[in-house]
Design a protein around this ligand. Structure first.
Ligand code: FE2
Length: 286
């Protein structure tokens, strides 16, 4: 160990993980050490920069609360979350995209055709489609859990005066694998930029806007569950989403619904527009 230098130190640290029985943990640690050390050697990181980096992480911890996870935001704006979603999209299923900070487990179960918009202002939109397997077969009784911002770009959970379960629901697909409900066309919103992550955005002349989207978590027995988002063609931020969530395959088209159009569903509320989007789930063994 006395002869250690900037190159041999990497193996020395890896060798220090003496209990290698948890293979996955040790593999992840080995790779982390390799890449961190390479980063310092490649950038000639100064001691001031090293300390500034650690103080930045300290600040992320300081501003984090149970409702605000600055490290997830950091992962999002650096595209790390996007890469994790991409490498975990498998077997021909719909591409994954950001979970984001506003998911709530145990959202209320609602009947197909329900309206999520209540008395809020905005454009009423029919969201609908079929959940299929990778062979194209419809998946009846699949779970479609959805949550979103309202017509002002706010999630009700962000406002203590609103019910935190508003603008979200869990549906089961019908015997044709269909899901359908009305809601509001969501508005774009900014990720929080009043903290350390915001400092990065400002220092690099980046905006904090997310392209408007609906969040979905889908599952069905025997199928690989997915977390994804549905975006809208023509949106102002479709090519510059602050967290790199947009994928070409996740862009839906908003179409007008005419006053006299006959819709194929029994709906609680008449929509102004519609977005048709099918999801694909791959089997767990693929
Ligand atoms: Fe979101």
């Amino acid at each position: 160990m006395r002869d250690i230098n900037q190159f041999t130190v990497t193996d020395a640290v890896k060798d220090s993980f003496r209990d290698r029985s948890n293979e996955r943990l040790v593999f992840l640690l080995d790779k982390l050490v390799e890449h961190l050390h390479d980063y310092v050697r490649e950038t000639n990181l100064t001691q001031e920069e090293w300390l500034a980096s650690l103080n930045f992480l300290y600040d992320c911890g300081q501003i984090s609360t149970p409702d605000r996870h600055e490290f997830i935001l950091l992962s999002d704006v650096l595209g790390l979350s996007a890469v994790v979603d991409m490498v975990n999209t498998k077997g021909g299923g719909t591409e994954m995209s950001n979970l984001g900070p506003f998911y709530l487990p145990e959202a209320p179960a609602k009947e197909l055709g329900a309206d999520l918009s209540g008395d809020r202002e905005g454009v009423v939109m029919l969201a609908n489609g079929v959940v299929r397997d990778t062979l194209g077969n419809p998946l009846p009784n699949a779970t479609v859990d959805t949550w979103q911002a309202d017509g002002s770009g706010m999630y009700p959970i962000q406002d203590p005066k609103q019910d935190k379960f508003d603008m979200r629901a869990v549906f089961k697909t019908d015997d044709q694998g269909r899901y359908y409900y009305t809601t509001l066309l969501p508005k774009s919103y900014t990720v929080p930029y009043d903290g350390p992550v915001g400092r990065i955005l400002r220092a690099t002349d980046r905006h904090a806007w997310r392209s408007k989207h609906l969040h979905y978590m889908l599952s069905a027995p025997g199928m690989r569950g997915i977390v994804t988002e549905l975006f809208f063609e023509g949106d102002e931020y479709i090519d510059s989403d602050a967290v790199f969530g947009v994928r070409k395959s996740l862009i839906g088209k908003i179409q007008r619904v005419g006053r006299d159009d006959n819709l194929e569903y029994d709906l609680e509320r008449k929509p102004d527009v519609r977005v048709d989007f099918d999801f694909v789930l791959s089997p767990v063994d693929r």
